[in-house]
Design a protein around this ligand. Sequence first.
Ligand code: D61
Ligand code: MG
Length: 361
Amino acid sequence: MVIQHLDDDLRPAICIFYLVLRGLDTIEDDMTIPNETKIPLLQKFDTFLSQPGWTFTGSGPNEKDAHLLVEFNVVISEYLKLKPAFQTTIADITRKMAHGMTEFMTRKVETLKDWDLYCHYVAGLVGIGLSKIFSDSGLESPDVGRREELSNSMGLFLQKTNIIRDYLEDYDQGRIFWPKEGWSLFVSDPSKDLGEFKRPENSQQALNCLNYLINNALNHIPDVIEYMSQLKNQSVFNFCAIPQVMAIATLSACYNNHGVFEGVIKIRKGEAVKLIIQSRSMTNLLAIFDDHLRRMDSRILTNGNKINQETTSIIQTTLKKTIAPRYVRSPFQFSLALFVGLVSTFGIVFFLNKETLLERL
Ligand code: D61
Ligand code: MG
């Protein structure tokens, strides 16, 4: 939906970028393909882009996007029509993502550093590639493409939100993306696994762990705000803002919510529509982040829990760093604005009067 609303110069490139990576991810996610087949397939994936006619029919029966690979020749022929700069970025990001994915086929997400690295491979790189495409199209400044740390954070915030929300779905399919360095702080026996959080007797520890990971994700918000404030083109702004507001709404819905361990927490359709309509300007975007952060903060009980206190402190820092200063004026700024306003009003009145006086004379 957000791709369809992009300006004409970007729509085909971003659409193909999406389909290529979705194809790659469909192979990564397919648990019916053994690693001996999967790893070489992933590692060669970027070379298929220069092989007109290449398709893949080996997906498992439950892969919802299998048809994308069955008709991948169509994606390739559209890819080859893109301008060279776009093709280079797409192939480059595809190759890096595929290598990152294979790295994590043979080892798990253990440390918090691993978590950032895995999310960099599967989502941060998307942010970096998108920003290059925006800049190369001329619709955004070259700086957007250059500031890779900010682009990376855009992806990390989205991917971490997905991983946090999808605890149950992933766990039940034998996938673990919650970093052990994080969750092991909350299980009494280190040989136990992430499945412990589903048991009713561990519900408080499960919530503490959930809140701990949400805190980690919230730390990306200052970069997200800085990235968004560089954007000039309205269609690019909406394209980037919509996933971000969905993510903050999802995190605030998940915060301290045991439902994460029982099913999938989804934001309601009406809420999603409201967010899409409201997120069209920087001022409104800031207001949405501000609103959700304050809502989360108000749900934290001051019961001395370390994780909760940390949330409060992250939220306060985030609000101070990025959000509050932009539209909450200090009393001094307010008096200054009042003073400047009054002086110019009197000045204009005086000037106009002088003009009419002169005319009369
Ligand atoms: C601005 C606007 C959109 C952005 C952005 C900045 C920065 C990053 C991203 C979008 C990517 C965020 C991905 C978050 C959702 N995660 C997934 O889909 C997981 O797969 C990751 C690898 C494939 C990435 C495919 C993708 C997604 C969005 C795009 C894009 C490519 C290209 C252009 C625009 C947007 C996840 O998939 C879950 C599933 O299959 O259900 C997984 O396997 O972990
Ligand atoms: Mg995947």
